[in-house]
Design a protein around this ligand. Structure first.
Ligand SMILES: [Zn+2]
Length: 269
């Protein structure tokens, strides 16, 4: 499943080709993604593209009138074509630009979404979202306040969208390893110092992964949802029973509520 860094890398890659461009027309071949594709997508002719943004794991295309929201679900990806290629079975949407570039949305498993809305701030998808992890507002004081009296595990807390968005399982495991904190630690028992370091590591790891996604994925979101070039840099995620890169102890994996936690018993406490 694409996580925040892959989507941000994709955003950065497509932005220069789409910003200030004018849409010619859109073709929708399959209306049934996770939610039906907004029919308004067909009415975006001649609309100017103001900006390409991201909020949590949603890619947002700001038009003269309204926004296109793209969610990649499990297997969605965007491709930029500079000449028409005959669509394959899972190529559901094409948006043709006047500059001849085509933005193509492909989604094999169809858990993604493509919606048009006139107002983002009041939309049900965005109303209850927490802070962006790379924003200034997401700092240790904010997290100290949020974790105060919280009895859930620290891993669940940093993956909680109402606190901070876009930290999926991979990056939660990696940030906790980098900070030396066990995923199962009770949120309210973390020290201020640990929270400071955790916030710093979350930002560093996400930025690093965005860079890697940007350099290896170019105009594509990888279809298997793996974290692009960052895959080689993962220290615990997906490394069960392999030696810890810091101390040599074997990495432990445990499944909880369908999500796997990975940690090193020696480096994390
Ligand atoms: Zn270790």
């Amino acid at each position: 499943m694409p996580e925040l860094p892959e989507i941000e890398a994709c955003r950065r890659n497509i932005e220069p080709y789409l910003i200030n461009q004018v849409i010619d027309y859109a073709v929708v071949r399959n209306l049934s993604l996770r939610w039906p594709i907004s029919k308004e997508i067909l009415n975006i002719r001649n609309q100017f593209i103001f900006s390409i943004k991201r909020r949590a794991k949603y890619l947002l295309i700001q038009l003269q009138h309204g926004w296109i929201i793209i969610h990649f679900g499990m297997s969605g990806r965007l491709m930029l074509l500079n000449q028409y290629e005959y669509p394959q079975k899972h190529d559901h949407i094409d948006i043709f630009m006047k500059n001849k570039i085509i933005l193509r949305y492909t989604d094999q498993r169809r858990f993604g979404a493509c919606l048009w809305v006139d107002n983002l701030s009041t939309h049900f998808l965005f109303k209850h979202l927490g802070l962006e992890p790379l924003s200034e507002e997401f700092n240790s004081q904010y997290l100290v306040n949020k974790l105060n009296l919280k009895k859930t595990s620290i891993k669940q807390s940093i993956m909680n969208n109402k606190i901070v968005v876009g930290i999926g399982n991979i990056y939660a495991n990696e940030s906790l390893f980098a900070t030396g904190i066990l995923p199962s630690r009770c949120s309210m028992h973390l020290s201020r110092k640990e929270i400071q370091l955790l916030v710093k590591n979350i930002k560093l790891i996400l930025l690093n992964a965005i860079e890697e996604g940007g350099t290896t994925l170019r105009n594509f979101l990888q279809s298997d949802g793996k974290p692009g070039g960052f895959a080689n840099k993962l220290k615990v995620y997906g490394r069960a029973k392999k030696p810890c890169l810091e101390c040599g102890a074997l990495i432990i994996k445990e499944k909880y509520k369908g999500r796997s936690s990975y940690w090193c018993q020696e480096c994390q406490s």
